[in-house]
Design a protein. Structure first.
Length: 270
């Protein structure tokens, strides 16, 4: 009986030793690597930038009045053009995956200018000679933006409030047809105009912090009076306004803060 027990114990020991040896020969599975968090690009964040471009369209000068009860009026226009440069600051918020809303304020220095000289006949009297010129020396906007992004490209529309400094000079001279001295007057004025702006643009992120944009804007700064007078002795009056509207095409660079979020979906690598 003892011999049989010893034999059974020997067989068991040999089996355990063999099993351990076989287990030692099996390949050991390496631990799974740590999860990788893929960065997700986003347009969300504050930004500042610079821009430059070109603007122009027309200044229009509605004028009118009467001479001895005879009315006269006109609306000459001139082509305006000039360069501009400035800076902008804004904030974007990206939502629903691709949509982007934001607000942007910018200020521009410009020399969008033009001048006109008009001689208008006044039936039964003579001529009304009108001289006028204007220059948009600076302007700015505060606009909302709504865009749709394709990864690093953003197409957007924009619109809001516009204001600008317009320096103008205008004069009206009323000249009798039969000769004699002309009468009238003029005025040089620098005034702040208020209006509206609308446009669209395309922006592309060159890096996580730097983007390039191109933009078109239509700016309407409204109407301002340049000269208005009444001549009681001859029962006459004169009036001259300026209408300021122009197109802008510009390009710029924006530096964005906290672009390229470091959190995102986990990418499992095995």
């Amino acid at each position: 009986m003892l011999t049989r027990a010893l034999a059974l114990g020997s067989v068991t020991s040999l089996a355990l030793l063999a099993g351990g040896a076989l287990a030692a020969d099996l390949p050991v599975r390496a631990p799974a690597p740590a999860p990788v968090y893929a960065p997700v690009f986003t347009w969300t964040g504050f930004y500042v930038g610079v821009n430059g471009g070109y603007g122009g369209d027309k200044f229009q000068y509605p004028y009118g009045g009467d001479i001895f009860g005879i009315a006269y009026s006109g609306k000459p226009s001139i082509t305006s053009s000039g360069a501009l440069f400035g800076a902008q600051i804004g904030y974007n918020w990206q939502f629903a995956n691709r949509w982007v809303i934001g607000v942007e304020a910018d200020y521009q220095w410009s020399n969008i200018e033009g001048q006109v000289n008009i001689n208008g006949a006044v039936v039964g009297f003579g001529n009304a000679n009108v001289t006028a010129g204007s220059e948009v020396t600076s302007f700015g906007t505060i606009r909302a933006r709504l865009g749709y992004g394709w990864d690093r490209a953003l197409l957007y529309v924009t619109g809001g409030w516009a204001y600008g400094r317009v320096d103008s000079a205008g004069a009206v001279a009323l000249c009798p047809a039969g000769g004699g001295a002309c009468f009238g007057g003029g005025l040089s004025r620098g005034t702040t105009h208020n209006g509206w702006v609308a446009g669209l643009g395309l922006e592309y992120a060159l890096t996580n912090n730097l983007s390039f944009k191109t933009e078109y804007l239509y700016v309407d700064l409204g109407d301002k009076n340049l000269y208005s007078a009444v001549y009681p002795g001859i029962r006459s009056s004169a009036n001259l306004d300026v209408e300021t509207r122009f197109h802008v095409v510009r390009a710029g660079l924006n530096y964005r803060f906290n672009w390229g979020a470091v959190s995102g979906p986990v990418v499992a690598a095995y």
